[in-house]
Design a binder for this molecule. Structure first.
Ligand code: ACM
Length: 543
């Protein structure tokens, strides 16, 4: 049946089929109304099946919550007149509905039926399923290249189709500020666009000489969060401090280290790399960002969803040169009795750790935030390999494993000359399929701190949807299986079997309009001849 991600258990009645037609009723038990809505609007649109609430049919499709199942687990049973999707919670029922859609075939991934009056049939099966990890994430960088709102909603649909449930929304960086903050309007008026953009890796001589930008209004954000929630996806916003802040400084020059740089001359950054212009460690900066976070907390409420308390504060790649040269920063270090600039960064992050905790929220940051010690409850995104995640778990912190060597989807997926703007490590579909999020040496106690895993997609060299699709797919399908399915140790994983199932999955991706990398290599229009990337065998990548 070629399901992706592979379910825990599947049993069938060889050759048996279950029919659905326009009289097939949808019976939604308490708590499953949202799943019924999704089935009608999405699967209904693709198939033309109206799923009426009333009417006669040989057997309804029933949705029910069964608290005896694991929270995100489900049981899907299709047998003659019995068609039932039960989940441990509404989320479980929703993941079961995703499997149901895959069983209908690739045309169920379109937006309208190809022929009127088609009778739909599915194999007689029972699928029992449950996720391996609770946090099955995708990070999308909308700062380096903006993804318009429709594109974000499309990503949420693609995530749902792969049973991924955390959307890490990288909203701010040196190259753009993407979220409306009412009390600081220049963040988007000035900070959300740049006059031109480096085309290719930063060593490329090419420029795209056109303005680039965009931002989400607060209502856009509310819509995105609600759309995600309807799909049982939690959106975790990232506001990056104290580095990766040039766009904010361009909008409000007083946020920068004004005693060592003329920040009034800074504009939103138009090229790539680690930027020296970081926030000044002043009280005014802290108050400014508390104001930002207050609005962010209102837009991303902590509700019943399991990871909705999390706010990501970045914390990565903060060069200390300006703080070393800044008399104000040095005075701050002395006044706080800190050892050095690294301790100052840690003080900065801890300030927001305490501030968020006091509001019932949890801080998460890139693994650099571990360096000065963290408050209880804070969690770490381990990106510089496994080391940060190992140290975090051993110190009693929760971790999300997203090592750049394995699951940075902006990195090239083949070593051939035709890969568009190839950067970073070569990480093939098979490499991603064999990624193991939990370090082999972990004790059960340490393993319990692994919330899950996440693939990250930075967008310096992916300027539009087609390029993002190419980098994300098909590898995101392999990643989804790593995050969801109970796979054996990497060496024993059946990659050939996964590739076979991918043949059906490419049909689903085609129906969804995803511009994936075909197994044989890029199509002519997916190449970017002459645009420089970064060598394969170079030092560990830094953007
Ligand atoms: C990162 O890749 N700088 C988190």
């Amino acid at each position: 049946m070629d399901l992706i991600p592979a379910p825990w258990r599947i049993g069938g009645n060889e050759g048996g089929r279950v029919r659905l037609d326009d009289r097939t009723r949808l019976e939604a038990g308490p708590g499953t109304e949202g799943v019924a809505r999704w089935l009608r609007t999405t699967v209904g649109a693709a198939t033309g099946l109206p799923f009426p609430e009333h009417g006669d049919s040989e057997g309804p499709l029933r949705l029910a919550v069964d608290p005896g199942l694991p929270p995100e687990g489900y049981r899907l049973s299709l047998h003659g007149p019995g068609r039932l999707i039960e989940g441990g919670s509404a989320a479980g029922v929703f993941w079961g509905a995703q499997t149901f859609r895959q069983l209908l075939g690739p045309d169920a991934f379109r937006r309208a039926p190809l022929r009127p009056g088609r009778v739909w049939d599915l194999p007689e099966v029972t699928v029992e399923d449950r996720p391996r990890f609770r946090w099955r994430g995708l990070m999308l960088d909308v700062a380096r290249h903006f993804t318009p709102k429709d594109g974000v909603l499309r990503h949420l649909d693609l995530m749902a189709a792969h049973k991924l449930n955390v959307f890490h929304f990288h909203l701010t960086d040196d190259q753009g500020w993407r979220i409306e903050i009412k009390r600081h309007p220049r963040l988007t008026e000035v900070g959300s666009w740049r006059a031109r953009t480096k085309f290719g890796h930063r060593t490329s001589p090419l420029w795209d000489e056109k303005p680039h930008g965009g931002h989400y209004t607060q209502d856009d954000i509310r819509e995105i969060v609600a759309y995600a929630a309807e799909r049982h996806i939690t959106v975790v916003p990232e506001i990056d401090v104290p580095g990766h802040s040039q766009a904010a400084i361009a909008a409000y020059p007083e946020l920068g280290n004004t005693d060592v740089v003329d920040t009034t001359r800074l504009s939103v950054w138009d090229t790539w790399g680690v930027n020296p212009n970081v926030l000044a460690p002043t009280d005014d900066t802290l108050r400014f960002y508390e104001g930002v976070f207050e609005e962010v907390l209102g837009l991303f409420p902590a509700d019943a969803a399991q990871f909705s308390a999390f706010i990501h504060v970045g914390g990565d790649e903060c060069p200390k040169d300006q703080w070393r040269r800044s008399p104000a920063a040095q005075a701050r270090i002395r006044e706080l009795g800190l050892a050095d600039e690294d301790a100052l960064q840690s003080w900065f992050v801890r300030h927001f750790d305490t501030w968020l905790s006091a509001r019932g929220r949890r801080l998460i940051g890139w693994d650099e935030i571990l360096e000065g010690g963290l408050a209880e409850g804070a969690a770490v995104s381990s990106w510089r390999g496994y080391a940060g995640g190992i140290a975090a778990a051993r110190a009693g912190h929760d971790v999300v494993m997203c090592p750049e060597q394995q699951v940075y989807l902006d990195h090239r997926q083949h070593d051939g000359p035709d890969e568009p703007v190839p950067i970073g490590y070569v990480r093939t579909l098979e490499d991603v399929y064999r990624f193991e999020p939990v370090p082999a040496e972990f004790t059960p106690g340490e393993t319990a701190h692994v919330l899950g895993t996440q693939a990250n997609l930075w967008t310096e060299v992916t300027e539009d949807q087609a390029r993002v699709d190419y980098q994300a797919f098909p590898r995101l399908a392999a990643f989804a299986e790593v995050a969801w399915s109970a796979l054996p140790v990497p060496a024993e994983r059946d990659f050939a079997g996964f590739e076979r199932r991918m043949e059906a999955h490419y049909g689903r991706l085609d129906a969804l309009g995803v511009g994936y990398r075909p197994p044989g290599g890029p199509r002519p229009w997916q190449r970017r001849p002459g645009v420089l990337g970064r060598p394969v065998d170079g030092p560990p990548p830094s953007r």
